[in-house]
Unconditional design. Structure first.
Length: 207
């Protein structure tokens, strides 16, 4: 099966969705009460990068693509995607997306497409929205199962907003998982070491 892509949506809708998710945190129960019995297994809140002032919360594992789609990787996600949302009581949120491919080769190609999209994300975001300035970093490859790659994307708008996001793409056999962490800030606010630990945990938990 060929993997189809669509044009990358602007980052503004995704960032607005993050604020909306964070806004409901006070009314949510801690994610320890959420269930995620589907296979492959998903991250638990304590496995995310620690927040200095808030616990993590989570929703249930949900079949299908998230709405809105996450920037950088969202337009490549097939309908067989499942996802789980995470948030804190402040401006920090996260997301795990998992795709179980029909074959190991399909998933290998899909992971390569995601890495390509992430490698060109900053440039595409600025092409889509003249009010956005985006920069990115590649934080390297992690030695877990078939490997995982970690990226950072910083976006600043002409209206004054500044947001930092970390992404990782990992694969175990025919299953690909994507982790996204984001909050207001710059690269200096990104918990890269903790995020790498989270990524290794996520890939190891797939099966």
């Amino acid at each position: 099966m060929q993997i189809r892509t669509r044009g990358i949506r602007t980052t503004l809708a995704a960032l607005a969705a993050l604020a909306a998710v964070a806004g409901v945190a006070a009314a949510a129960v801690p994610a320890t009460a959420a269930t995620a019995s589907d296979t492959p297994r998903y991250l638990e809140p304590a496995e995310l990068p620690p927040h200095p002032s808030s616990p993590w919360y989570a929703g249930a594992v949900t079949a299908g693509q998230p709405d809105p789609l996450p920037m950088c990787v969202g337009d490549a996600l097939p309908s067989i995607t499942s996802h789980r949302e995470y948030w804190t009581e402040y401006d920090t949120s996260a997301q795990q997306l998992t795709v179980e491919g029909r074959s190991e080769q399909w998933s290998k190609d899909f992971a390569a497409l995601l890495r390509k999209d992430l490698a060109g994300c900053a440039k595409k975001l600025m092409q889509q929205d003249a009010d956005i300035t985006a920069t990115q970093k590649y934080y390297g490859r992690l030695n877990v199962e078939e490997g995982a790659d970690v990226y950072g994307i910083h976006t600043a708008s002409a209206h004054g907003s500044s947001d930092i996001a970390l992404f990782s793409v990992g694969r175990d056999g025919a299953t690909v998982t994507i982790i996204r962490w984001s909050q207001m800030g710059t690269f200096q606010h990104a918990p890269v070491a903790d995020f790498k630990t989270t990524t290794v945990t996520a890939v190891n938990k797939l099966y």
